[in-house]
Design a protein around this ligand. Structure first.
Ligand SMILES: Cc1ncc(COP(=O)(O)O)c(C=O)c1O
Length: 359
């Protein structure tokens, strides 16, 4: 039986993209962000392919525990930090490094009764999500000075709100604030996600924190991954499972939202929102069949989607269809579906069969 929806993960592309990060930030260490199952690419495969990174970052403690099996020797940074003092003792034994983003975590670290855990101190410079208030910086440093559990100095970090649009004024404001904190801090610093790693070399600091670019996806609005010399790490494919002739005026799919402008062939592809393909992808969203572009017609359903075969006279049942990846940038599909590529890769379901690519 041939599996229908297959995500092929290219370890060569992952390695190449990490190499690209090093070209962009030659003087910085790389904290490879592989949270959310390595942005849907598979944690174990990504950890192995990106073994050359200097450390890994995940979102949660639970992700760190799973990652430890594939990466026994790497330092692992937990971006959401520790949620209680009991966790923290486990951190030291396992080389898990917490991000401290809230005051309650300072109290937990004091209560943990351990010494000298490497920590990352996250300051809010304008994102207004996680991070300690920049105005409180001196007070926080004083507090940290009296907590034995925190190795001094912690790595000073912050996160951009708008790095995907480098010209936004918010970036300048965040950079100025971070630079002033870094001057007082004197220890290691880390500010740049993928977009900032590419756009703001002056902010690289000691550690860059790329995520999306490692997977070969452009972090910059309106700039293709190819322009940035990034290679897609995931190619999502399925197959044509039915073909039929429809007459001009026939409607296709649930809700009868699309009508055939001509007598035409319609192809049915074995993938739908039950596999994680976005249901809201509208008619016109591109796919590739036999190296030629086609496009969705009608609504995406749970197991299937339907495509226009007018330009595909030779298409046959069983032919492979590329939904995104090699030959079809995921950014284009995301744009058509009104979302971002981050979401598309993260939302694939267990129904999709994962394979390692040869190249
Ligand atoms: C704190 C932090 N740093 C770095 C990253 C990586 O960002 P990107 O995938 O845009 O490179 C993320 C991802 O959301 C993050 O939350």
């Amino acid at each position: 039986m041939i599996p229908q929806a297959v995500a092929t993960i290219s370890t060569a592309a992952l390695k190449h993209n990490l190499q690209q990060v090093r070209q962009y930030a030659p003087a910085s260490a790389v904290l490879a962000v592989i949270k959310a199952n390595a942005y849907g690419h598979g944690l174990a495969v990504a950890a192995e392919a990106l073994d050359n990174a200097d450390a890994f970052a995940v979102g949660t403690f639970a992700e760190a525990v799973v990652l430890r099996e594939s990466a026994p020797d790497k330092n692992i940074v937990i971006l959401q930090g520790a949620t209680d003092a009991a966790d923290i003792r486990f951190f030291l034994q396992n080389n898990f490094q917490p991000v401290i983003h809230s005051r309650y975590q300072l109290d937990d670290l004091r209560a943990a009764g351990i010494r000298s855990l490497k920590c990352w101190l996250k300051m809010d410079t304008g994102m207004r999500r996680l991070g300690l208030a920049a105005d409180d910086y001196s007070d926080i440093l004083k507090k940290i000075g009296s907590i034995a559990a925190i190795q001094k100095p912690p790595v000073l970090m912050s996160h951009f709100a708008c790095a995907d649009e480098p010209d936004r004024a918010e970036n300048r404001r965040q950079m100025e604030l971070f630079a002033s904190l870094a001057e007082q801090h004197g220890g290691e610093t880390s500010f740049c996600n993928s977009a900032a790693t590419i756009s703001f070399p002056e902010m690289h600091g000691n550690w860059v924190r790329p995520g999306i670019m490692l997977y070969g996806i452009s972090p910059l609005k309106g700039v293709t991954a190819a322009t940035l010399n990034l290679r897609p790490a995931m190619t999502l494919k399925s197959r044509l499972i039915a073909i039929y002739n429809a007459a001009a005026g026939d409607s296709v799919g649930y809700g009868a939202t699309w009508r055939c402008p001509d007598d035409m062939r319609i192809g049915v592809i074995g993938i739908g929102y039950g596999d994680g393909y976005p249901r809201h992808a509208p008619s016109g969203t591109p796919v590739i069949i036999n190296d030629r572009r086609s496009s969705l017609v009608g609504r995406v359903s749970m197991d299937m989607l339907t495509v226009d075969l007018r330009q595909q006279p030779d298409a046959q049942i069983g032919d492979e269809v590329v939904l995104w990846g090699d030959g079809l940038p995921i950014e284009e599909v995301a744009e058509a579906a009104g979302t971002i590529a981050y979401e598309l890769v993260c939302r694939l379901t267990t129904r999709v069969n994962y394979q390692r690519g040869m190249g």
